[in-house]
Design a binder for this molecule. Structure first.
Ligand SMILES: C[S@@+](CC[C@H](N)C(=O)[O-])C[C@H]1O[C@@H](n2cnc3c(N)ncnc32)[C@H](O)[C@@H]1O
Length: 271
């Protein structure tokens, strides 16, 4: 996603909207941040370890964004890899990572991919369900179930609310403040509700991992991006006042609700 900030990047169109109105993840990408999922690199690595992608696997990734996890998955040498991304510019970045005839990126929605029934052994998507309305969440999880063969694994990495009995008041305040500051409707679920969503589509949940929502905390930024990139991100934040205001507001919301917001990764198996 560092490429995103350069003038020759294919991401320029998605990233050229006025910074005040741009979705939060593209603001961060424009400032050079590559890791945009709530649990950071560490939770992604745990998710991939739990999914255990092998050379015999047919993998579908929903919403690869700028391809951070795509790179890690492709390095595992799956039999095939198909990404489904609805942003044309992000899809063209992912396209550039693909090298073989069994690797492709489809421009479209994870709600209705157009891919064949039971054609995948692994499906996953990160930081893409939390932003959907309830019906779209159900359609996407249902689409994962349709694409998977029996025994196939589905992985998610999303925001979650804690604890499971979080009050309606806190839930509404978090949804409102996140949506106001990220400029995308964000509707995280509790761990129990994510589980229910997966079970409702015919999955058996096999593993759950939690991580703090520290996306914009300096220590996590260094861990996720590496020191050099983290310094460049900090420099970009410091020198772009409009973007700085957006980043600080997002971080304030994450901090205000730190006790109630986490990242969750889950792996479920199609029964
Ligand atoms: C916050 S970014 C996360 C990208 C990437 N998964 C990551 O973790 O870095 C959200 C991405 O999801 C994509 N997206 C959101 N809803 C989608 C859908 N229904 N189908 C396909 N892509 C979707 C957006 O275009 C964007 O690239």
């Amino acid at each position: 996603m560092g490429q995103a900030a350069t003038s020759s990047s294919p991401m320029n169109k998605s990233l050229s909207a006025p910074i005040e109105k741009m979705p939060g993840h593209w603001v961060l990408a424009r400032l050079g941040k590559r890791v945009l999922r709530p649990g950071g690199r560490e939770l992604t690595e745990k998710l991939l370890a739990m999914l255990d992608v092998r050379p015999t696997d047919d993998v579908v990734e929903f919403a690869p964004g700028l391809g951070y996890t795509a790179r890690l998955t492709l390095a595992r040498g799956p039999a095939s890899y198909t990404a489904v991304e609805r942003d044309r510019n992000a899809a063209s970045v992912v396209d550039e990572l693909l090298t073989g005839p069994n690797q492709r990126c489809v421009l479209g929605s994870a709600e209705e991919t157009g891919l064949g029934d039971a054609t995948a052994s692994v499906v996953y998507g990160e930081a893409m369900l939390s932003m959907q309305v309830p019906t779209a969440k159900q359609r996407i999880v249902g689409e994962a179930a349709r694409l998977l063969r029996a025994g196939g694994r589905y992985g998610i990495h999303e925001l979650c609310l804690r604890p499971d009995n979080v009050s309606q008041e806190v839930r509404e305040a978090i949804a409102r403040d996140l949506s106001d500051e990220i400029h995308v409707g964000v509707r995280p679920l509790t761990v129990a509700e994510w589980r229910e969503l997966l079970v409702g589509a015919g999955f058996v949940v096999q593993a759950v991992e939690l991580a703090p929502m520290h996306l914009l905390e300096p220590r996590r930024v260094i861990r996720d991006e590496g020191l050099w990139r983290a310094l460049r991100f900090a420099f970009n934040v410091a020198t772009h006042p409009a973007a700085r205001r957006r980043v600080l507001k997002m971080r304030r919301v994450f901090r205000n609700y730190g006790q109630h917001l986490s990242a969750v990764a889950m792996v479920a198996v199609k029964a």
